[in-house]
Ligand binder design. Structure first.
Ligand code: CMC
Length: 392
């Protein structure tokens, strides 16, 4: 026996202490190492935020240059790893490929599976941050039957990713700076979010001493679900299902119906009950991208704009504090950029890798850390006598 607190969904249980990310859901505040997310998304860029999350301070110019060099150095995938991609069915979901390939990295980089070695932990973190865009882009290229595009390390992180996704061999591909900035913002805004489901999964996996690649593969698997990172894909699929603005009231009515489990994807958040500060920045970014690329001939984007307005004006959503979350707008941007919906969650996974890794490093450096082992409320039968099969 023993006394346990029963807290399904961990709505009021702190699982660790941390100095990385602070959220005040009531105020709609998100801080990384004390810096507000709107300042980071507005003035900084993804790799600088990665440095901040990993090491706790903003880098000097020399530190940033060195860090960017290290990440760039690791962007290539071992040529033999292409065999992992080729082993999947061509129509495999890119998230399935990512779970597999990232997990398989532990079979490739034995040296950085030694978590007792601080230098190897460092190399593992750089490898993961550097290789995730390549893995995501190659999962996409594989799924559409195009040749893999190798990383180009003179480009910044976001531009390199866009090029690996959209360039075709023997054709020129210029990355539009507005799209590259929007991509960088999507990465920055998804970089970390304290003890969400996938990060808690990474920490729980790591608590047993599992290697970093196995832990991050577990995080990717958890992120895939539609209540978490899969929401951006689910949101766009919902917009496509709605199809035309005249059908919006029908879907809003379904979301409000107590007897219908249907939810508006991209609305609501477990922690933010006022507004999602990431959504505010993402909305500005969406407006910039839509202005550049135009929405007039994209019915999905028209539906998105009108659904947002209709939900915000509806008392049901206001009373339950359901606002568009970051994934509502990121989905719109990615759709406008030309990504298929199946790539939305992989992009979230690329961005969140630094958060997972920073939390993993923090956990391992905590001398108090021990294996995670939740208990349960047992509601089953007790003390039954086994009966032989002939008598049942
Ligand atoms: N549409 C309609 N009703 C909703 C929605 C929604 N999107 N979200 C919550 N509700 C209602 C829900 O039915 C419940 O009503 P009642 O009190 O009458 O039973 C009430 O609001 C509270 O919902 P909950 O499920 O107890 O809230 P939660 O904090 O457990 O869930 C959530 C948070 C994000 C899982 C949920 O809002 C949701 O399913 N949203 C849609 C999926 C989504 O967009 N997820 C992305 C989250 S942001 C990115 C990330 O962190 O991964």
């Amino acid at each position: 026996a023993g006394v346990f607190t029963y807290d399904p969904g961990f709505t009021s249980t702190a699982s660790c202490d941390s100095t990385i990310t602070f959220i005040d859901g009531g105020k709609g505040e998100l801080l990384h190492r004390g810096y507000p997310i709107d300042q980071l998304a507005g003035k900084s860029h993804y790799l600088e935020v990665c440095y901040l999350l990993l090491y706790g301070e903003l880098p000097s110019a020399a530190e940033l240059e060195k860090f960017e060099g290290l990440i760039t150095h690791h962007t290539m995938l071992h040529e033999q790893m292409q065999n992992f991609f080729r082993g999947f069915r061509r129509d495999a979901h890119p998230m399935a490929i990512m779970v597999g390939v990232v997990g398989a990295m532990s079979a490739f980089y034995h040296d950085s599976t030694d978590i007792s070695d601080a230098d190897q932990r460092e190399i593992a973190s750089h490898r993961l941050i550097a290789k995730m865009p390549t893995i995501a882009a190659w999962a996409y290229k594989y799924s559409i039957g195009q040749p893999f595009i190798y990383p180009r390390n003179d480009l910044d992180y976001a531009s390199n990713f866009l090029r690996m996704c959209f360039a075709v061999p023997a054709e020129d591909y210029e990355v539009n700076p507005i799209l590259s900035r929007a991509m960088d913002r999507i990465f920055t805004l998804h970089a970390d979010h304290e003890q969400n489901a996938s990060t808690s999964t990474v920490r729980l996996a790591s608590s047993s001493g599992a290697n970093p690649f196995a832990c991050i593969a577990a995080g990717i698997a958890c992120l895939w679900g539609p209540a978490h990172g899969g929401a951006n894909q689910a949101c766009l699929e919902m917009l496509k299902e709605i199809g035309t603005p005249d059908r919006i009231p029908e879907f809003i009515a379904r979301a409000k119906d107590k007897n219908d489990p249907y939810r508006l994807m991209g609305f609501g958040h477990r922690v933010y009950k006022n507004h999602d500060p990431r959504a505010t920045v993402m909305k500005q970014s969406a407006d910039e991208v839509l202005e550049l690329l135009g929405v007039d001939n994209n019915p999905i984007l028209q539906v998105a704009k009108e659904l947002e307005a209709a939900a915000l004006a509806d008392p049901y959503f206001a009373d339950k504090k359901l606002f568009p979350n970051v994934d509502f707008y990121s989905g719109i941007i990615l759709e406008a950029m030309g990504f298929p919906t199946s790539m939305f969650t992989p992009i979230f996974a690329v961005a969140r890798t630094v958060g997972w890794i920073s939390q993993w490093k923090e956990q391992l450096s905590d001398p108090q850390h021990k294996i995670g082992r939740p208990r349960q409320l047992y509601l089953g039968e007790v003390n039954r006598d086994y009966s032989d099969i002939e008598t049942r």
